[in-house]
Write a protein that binds this ligand. Structure first.
Ligand code: NDP
Length: 335
């Protein structure tokens, strides 16, 4: 079997030498376990955080340990009741060609569901958008929502659900192609290319035009220049579900002078700024599936995948995804 291990902790943005491809003998499944041949695994921005040795909501990947990932694959040896060879399952496979999973850690992929959908639109990222928007954003018809990384699996779910709730939806995305996709595929009312604006004030001007009634919900995926542009446009009693800040995952430029502006806005506008980690909310996953799966199956909710091939290419694909190299949910195809 082959796996991608963490070779060293990155300083700033990750580089290829932070990872190492290792070839080893696959472990045998003990009673209650299955051996899975991994066909695909997910690359997600949260994995950057797991490379640091910092105190966080999850343990870091140890040096030499396999990079964390949810994957899908086929059972090739079963030592667990309820699983047979050939079953398609999903679970935490890591960046690897094979994985041993416990029966509790392996979930069978239902018939008729495209296996990779459980890594994106019908899995953790889609659920994150659904939960953050509905439970923390509390959308109301006629309001305005802004989301960045708008063509990714989280942002595209947020935009489409908000539109269905009757909100005006404004996408922020990197480049003309992604902006076009945001409007045409995901139905955003407007899309702004953050790369076409050198600073927050220029971006803010464009946002003010796209959101003439101000912003009621800013679904926070990126931080950086976008956050700085958005804050002064937030309406009183606005909501900011804080989901991610991918612009700062590789480190933070000195933002300290902007802190008072940010904090004052939260106070005077009585904003609800709520950080959340989706792993705390699995009790809502069934509700998400009930609501969203039928809408995905009948094409009411659009979704796109960006499938890169070859385990050995995972590090470079991951590095590029963090900078916007992906168009759609980033997935690695192993076999
Ligand atoms: P995406 O597939 O959308 O990939 C990340 C995207 O971020 C890139 O494609 C790029 O899009 C955008 N981006 C990167 N750098 C910048 C920047 N400096 N300014 C603006 N945009 C930037 O990711 P996901 O949909 O999987 O995740 C979106 C966010 O949700 C991430 O922050 C992630 O960490 C977070 N998340 C949080 C969870 C939680 O439990 N809180 C769970 C799951 C995800 P573009 O080219 O359009 O700029």
């Amino acid at each position: 079997m082959q796996r991608i291990a963490l070779a060293r902790r990155p300083s700033g943005d990750p580089v290829p030498d932070d990872f190492e491809l290792k070839t080893e003998t696959a472990a045998e499944p003990t009673p209650g376990e299955v051996l899975v041949e991994v066909t695909h695994f997910s690359l997600d921005p949260y994995m950057r955080g797991r490379m640091d040795d910092a105190k966080s909501y999850a343990e870091p990947v140890p040096i030499g340990g396999t990079m964390t990932a949810q994957g899908v694959g086929r059972v090739i040896k079963s030592n667990a009741d309820g699983f047979s060879e050939g079953d398609m399952v999903t679970g935490m496979t890591g960046w690897a060609s094979h994985a041993v999973m416990t029966a509790e850690g392996a979930t069978r992929i239902p018939e008729g569901v495209p296996p990779t959908a459980v890594l994106g639109v019908l899995g953790m990222p889609g659920f994150t958008g659904w939960y953050g928007l509905n439970d923390l954003g509390r959308p109301k018809s006629g309001e305005t929502l802004v989301v960045a990384a708008a063509t990714g699996p989280v942002g595209s779910m947020v935009g489409q659900l908000a539109k269905a709730h009757g909100l005006r939806t404004v996408a922020i995305a990197g480049g003309a192609e992604k902006c076009k996709m945001a409007e045409e595929l995901y139905g955003f009312d407007a899309a702004i290319d953050h790369r076409a604006h050198d600073d927050a004030s220029s971006l803010r001007k464009a946002l003010a035009e796209a959101a003439p009634d101000g912003i009621d919900i800013y679904f926070e995926n990126v931080g950086g220049k976008v956050l700085e542009a958005v804050i002064p446009l937030m309406n009183t009693f606005g909501r900011i579900p804080v989901c991610g800040m991918v612009a700062w995952y590789g480190g933070v430029e000195d933002a300290s002078d902007r802190l008072p502006m940010l904090w004052r806005s939260v106070l005077v506008k009585r904003m609800a700024v709520t950080g959340f980690i989706i792993a705390d909310h699995w009790d809502r996953f069934g509700d998400f599936q009930k609501d969203v799966a039928p809408r995905v199956m009948n094409d009411e909710i659009a979704w796109r995948e960006d499938i890169a091939e070859g385990l050995e290419n995972a590090p470079q694909t991951f590095i590029e995804m963090l900078k916007g190299g992906n168009t759609g949910k980033q997935i690695m195809k192993v076999i």
